[in-house]
Design a protein around this ligand. Structure first.
Ligand SMILES: [Fe+2]
Length: 162
């Protein structure tokens, strides 16, 4: 476990398997980049990591927002959560531009941002919706299967084959 930058720990679970699985995928994308940096392959992997993040995180955030809406979240806490997702996308997009247009080395900035953002966002912001979503029935087997199929359809498959 110490060969990864961000080991998954149970305190990150929101108690909904499909959401946990998607969070683990985001953590895996970060760990994949870390391994590439250790192996001095970050130049090849950084743009794939950015594409995978923009693609997978976008779909994951949409799902979370849809579930929160369906479970009755309104007002400031919902707006702030959506804002946090937008800020994540804007930051990753900014790093992608820096990498592509200015040809800057971004692997360390990206790893540091992801490590802190994912940990804090999952443990604090996402956990705040956990009980309400569970109570609204979004932890049933049937829902989990449908949600999983949906994100797999929406997300380009290449990031799975690294
Ligand atoms: Fe979230």
């Amino acid at each position: 476990m110490d060969s990864v930058l961000f080991p998954w720990t149970e305190d990150l679970s929101v108690g909904i398997d499909e959401i946990d699985r998607q969070h683990r995928q985001l953590v895996d994308i970060l760990n994949h980049l870390f391994i590439a940096v250790v192996q001095r392959r970050s130049d090849q992997v950084v743009s794939e990591t950015l594409d995978a993040l923009l693609d997978y995180a976008q779909n994951h955030f949409h799902l979370e927002e849809e579930l929160m809406r369906k479970a009755g979240f309104r007002g400031e806490s919902f707006d702030q959560h959506v804002c946090a997702h937008h800020a994540f996308m804007a930051k990753v997009d900014g790093i992608a531009r820096k990498s592509l247009l200015e040809n800057k080395t971004v692997a360390f900035e990206l790893m540091s941002f992801l490590k802190h953002w994912l940990r804090e966002h999952i443990r604090v912001t996402d956990k705040a919706y956990a009980h309400t979503l569970q109570a609204a029935g979004f932890c049933t087997r049937q829902w989990e299967t449908e949600a999983r199929e949906k994100i797999e359809l929406q997300t380009r498959p290449w990031w799975k084959f690294w």
